[in-house]
Write a protein that binds this ligand. Structure first.
Ligand code: IPE
Ligand code: IPE
Ligand code: MG
Length: 234
């Protein structure tokens, strides 16, 4: 058996709050440490030959958290956008955002568009950030787009296929994840990439996201390479 080819790793970065609580710190301290982990993991992924990294930073359901936590996260995001994305771009990283932008403040949306524009020509590595993202909402919006095309008679119903649906998702330009990692011991998907992970290999680790790093990513990738991906065949 030849080792599996790896292009795309998707991560549910979970456990920041518990990491902080364990240390008697405010939850936001965990998010700050988690942002540092992301920088390290991006570097590791580049070194390990991964082409696409998609990370779950904030879900549509996370809007229901305490106002204080949400505003703290948005503040951290602004800080991160100002300091971390520039050097990543200069190192050849393309940055994409996916999620419901209407929910975010206008200055953040503007900054997101600028980062996407400025990093557009980078093709070595793509970092895709799921922000205000929900997979069901993504699928519903794809259904609406297709319904509209059918109504306008731009397409025939019989031409609707999996390819067309995939092309209507935020992830239209990138391959499906080969690996999904969830940290913090929770074994659920929490509305992440439901369509795209149909045949992804799943990894659940008890490590809290702020404690995750290069070494564990390497271990997961080496286990992935040995797994047998069958795609329903015998
Ligand atoms: C993940 O960490 C980050 C976000 C959802 C923004 P959590 O904040 O969910 O941390 P736990 O799960 O409460 O420990
Ligand atoms: C999923 O984590 C979302 C992110 C990591 C951004 P949550 O902590 O929000 O998920 P649940 O509530 O445990 O399912
Ligand atoms: Mg959580």
């Amino acid at each position: 058996m030849t080792a599996n080819n790896l292009e795309h790793v998707a991560i549910i970065m979970d456990g920041n709050g518990r990491w902080a609580q364990k240390r008697g710190l405010p939850r936001l301290a965990g998010h700050e440490k988690g942002a540092e982990t992301l920088q390290e993991v991006v570097k590791a992924a580049v070194d390990l030959g991964v082409r696409y990294l998609t990370v779950y930073a904030f879900s549509t359901e996370n809007w229901n958290r305490d106002k204080e936590e949400v505003s703290g996260l948005m503040k951290l995001l602004r800080k991160y956008m100002n300091s971390e994305f520039k050097p990543m771009q200069e190192e050849g990283v393309r940055i994409l955002f996916m999620g419901e932008r209407d929910m975010l403040d206008a200055d953040i949306v503007e900054q997101m568009a600028k980062i996407e524009r400025d990093s557009k020509a980078n093709d070595k590595f793509t970092l895709c950030i799921a922000l205000s993202y929900g997979s069901r909402q993504e699928i519903v919006s794809a259904v609406k787009k297709i319904a509209l095309l059918a109504k306008k008679e731009d397409i025939n119903i019989k031409d609707i296929d999996a390819r067309m649906v995939a092309d209507m998702l935020y992830t239209r330009s990138i391959p499906d994840p080969d690996i999904v990692i969830r940290t913090s011991g929770e074994k659920r998907i929490s509305n992440y990439l439901l369509w795209q992970i149909a045949y992804s290999e799943l990894f659940f680790t008890p490590t809290l996201w702020p404690d995750f790093g290069r070494e564990e990513l390497e271990q997961i990738i080496s286990e992935f390479k040995q797994r047998e991906r069958r795609y329903g065949k015998n």
